[in-house]
Unconditional design. Structure first.
Length: 563
């Protein structure tokens, strides 16, 4: 079992002590039978967060697990963001209020900003938190919050109540913010639209922005950008945005923007398609990429691996320069021959940016350096091992960073690559997909690596079964049909002998390619072009496949993938 405490433990223990002191000084609960809940959407039954707002866009409304009704709040905590979700309400001065709520997860907090808070450590079942506070002599608003704790995993909250008299009528803030301006679309897919706008102004301060399609409020965010997901392909939507302040005053609508989503993949192989075997300049007698392209017709390569050279700075293999070295030379050759590359970040070993960058924003900054250096159209996060794949907080950090760079680079395609069992994603693979949905990360392709199963005599059957398991998980998580799920699915195999002596022959890889085409998946790759040479009996080595084959045979087969 992975021990859940890492770097944040000292901060956690310090905060637990502070919380206990705050509770020790709490005021007794008011003895009123006429108290009313002054929070809006306290049980999240509207299906949206509004008017709650969550840091890092890490909050979402889910249908399980719930305490009451059919909906609850889910906060996807990362190692750098406690996924605080808050709502500011109007209150009366010199008045005692009772705050309570049901929460589930490790170290979940409920409190009022600048005042009392309480917490629980119940990871497996909902438990109730409660406290009271008294407003100040001139206080007319209160910010109620719930949050988890750094690197402690997802939390849930439901049925939050703030009992007491509502504010207003006493000379409070009645001035609405100005309308947001400059609303524009920054990107779209068949199921999502990304938006940005200019900030509104207010006499006290804007606390949230509500995004509408017609009269329907879709979501609420704290910043000036958002991605609206769950849309239908080839459909026109008109969006507006309104600003809201702490007293609940709402601005007029922004300018409207109309966007038509992309066509769905259907069964015709449309959308993003990529045949991109791995090419590694770090070992294995790296071949001249133009030679391979000329012999096989391949156009894309997945370049491995971008790692951390220290201080969250990207470099090839953690040691070769980001630009000006052998990797850039290979990329220049590929592009001059009419091809392109998708850098892969991570892998099984080495110092990885996902694990070492201090926050999602720092990781996004590191990814952006590589995007800017090469004007990229796509990036791949190869999430493996215990430091990234089996660390839920790092998973959330990576997905949040991918969401950020996707929003900041319209048209950029994002890929995540991870291991699998013979029947589909493992616990951590399922967790990765669920976090991607929870965070609205809008990942384009979920790619599995169907090898190193621990005994895979039927590499075609095991690969297909694993891919079908992934397809079913994507369907159940995102609500997609079969065609849409396949269009977000990728396969990354290992040619010849795998690390565990599984044998994927050219004939088997051809079967896998044909299956991939017939099911119109998004991506086909393998590890690695360096090994795409014959050496029967040679074992598992870096510069040949360990079996009998033609030179560049696996790459030629992969080039036949069209989706």
């Amino acid at each position: 079992m992975r021990h859940p405490f890492g770097r944040p433990r000292r901060r956690l223990l310090a905060l637990l002590g502070s919380a206990a002191l705050a509770l020790g000084g709490a005021i007794a609960l008011p003895g009123t039978a006429q108290a009313a809940n002054v929070l809006t959407n306290p049980g999240f039954e509207s299906g949206s967060l509004s008017p709650w707002t969550c840091t890092g866009n890490l909050g979402s409304v889910v249908s399980s697990p719930v305490h009451g009704g059919s909906k609850a709040l889910q906060g996807a905590v990362s190692d750098s963001d406690n996924a605080q979700c808050s709502q500011t309400v109007a209150v009366k001065p010199n008045t005692t209020y009772a705050l309570s709520g049901w929460v589930r997860g490790s170290y979940v907090y409920l409190g009022v900003d600048g005042g009392a808070s309480t917490w629980t450590t119940s990871p497996s079942a909902y438990s109730q938190l409660s406290l009271s506070f008294t407003t100040g002599a001139s206080q007319t608003s209160a910010k109620i919050y719930v949050h988890g704790w750094y690197a402690q995993g997802t939390y849930w909250a439901d049925d939050i109540n703030l009992d007491g008299p509502g504010g207003g009528g006493g000379g409070g803030d009645t001035q609405a913010p100005s309308a947001p301006s400059g609303l524009a679309s920054t990107g779209k897919t068949s199921s999502s639209v990304s938006l940005k706008w200019n900030a509104a102004t207010d006499n006290v301060g804007v606390t949230a922005y509500d995004i509408y399609s017609g009269s329907n409020q879709l979501l609420s965010v704290a910043g000036t950008s958002a991605t609206v997901s769950g849309l239908s392909p080839s459909t026109s939507y008109t969006f507006t945005v309104k600003a809201r302040d702490a007293a609940g005053n709402v601005s007029g609508a922004s300018n409207s923007v109309s966007v038509t989503t992309d066509a769905g993949s259907g069964g015709g192989g449309g959308g993003f398609k990529q045949a991109a075997p791995y090419l590694y300049e770090g070992w294995g007698d790296p071949p001249n990429p133009q030679t391979v392209m000329s012999a096989t017709g391949i156009k894309w390569f997945t370049m491995a691996f971008v790692l951390d050279s220290g201080g969250c700075n990207p470099s090839w293999d953690g040691s070769r320069p980001l630009t000006g070295g052998a990797d850039q030379s290979a990329i220049n050759q590929i592009r001059s021959a009419g091809g392109d590359v998708v850098p892969s970040f991570g892998g099984w070993q080495g110092s990885k940016l996902g694990a070492n960058c201090s926050s999602a924003s720092a990781l996004a900054g590191a990814l952006q350096k590589v995007i800017d250096a090469y004007g990229l159209k796509a990036i791949d996060m190869d999430i493996e091992n215990t430091d990234e794949f089996e660390n839920e907080a790092v998973q959330a950090k990576i997905l949040t960073a991918l969401k950020t760079v996707k929003a900041n680079n319209p048209g950029l395609k994002t890929i995540v690559t991870f291991g699998t069992s013979t029947t589909g994603p493992t616990y951590y693979g399922n967790r990765l997909i669920e976090q991607a949905q929870s965070l609205n990360a809008n990942i384009d392709v979920f790619t599995i690596m169907p090898f190193d199963f621990g005994g895979g005599s039927d590499m075609y059957g095991n690969t297909v079964n694993a891919a079908e398991g992934l397809k079913n998980k994507l369907k159940s998580t995102f609500g997609w049909d079969d065609a849409t799920a396949y269009s977000h699915l990728g396969i990354s195999g290992m040619n010849g002998l795998s690390d565990q002596q599984e044998n994927t022959t050219p004939a088997i890889w051809t079967q896998i390619k044909d299956w991939s085409n017939s099911h119109h998946i998004a991506r086909l790759a393998y590890w690695a072009v360096n090994r795409d040479r014959s050496c029967p009996g040679g074992g598992v080595v870096s510069n040949c496949s360990g079996i009998s084959q033609s030179t560049w045979q696996f790459t030629s087969i992969t080039a036949g993938f069209t989706g």
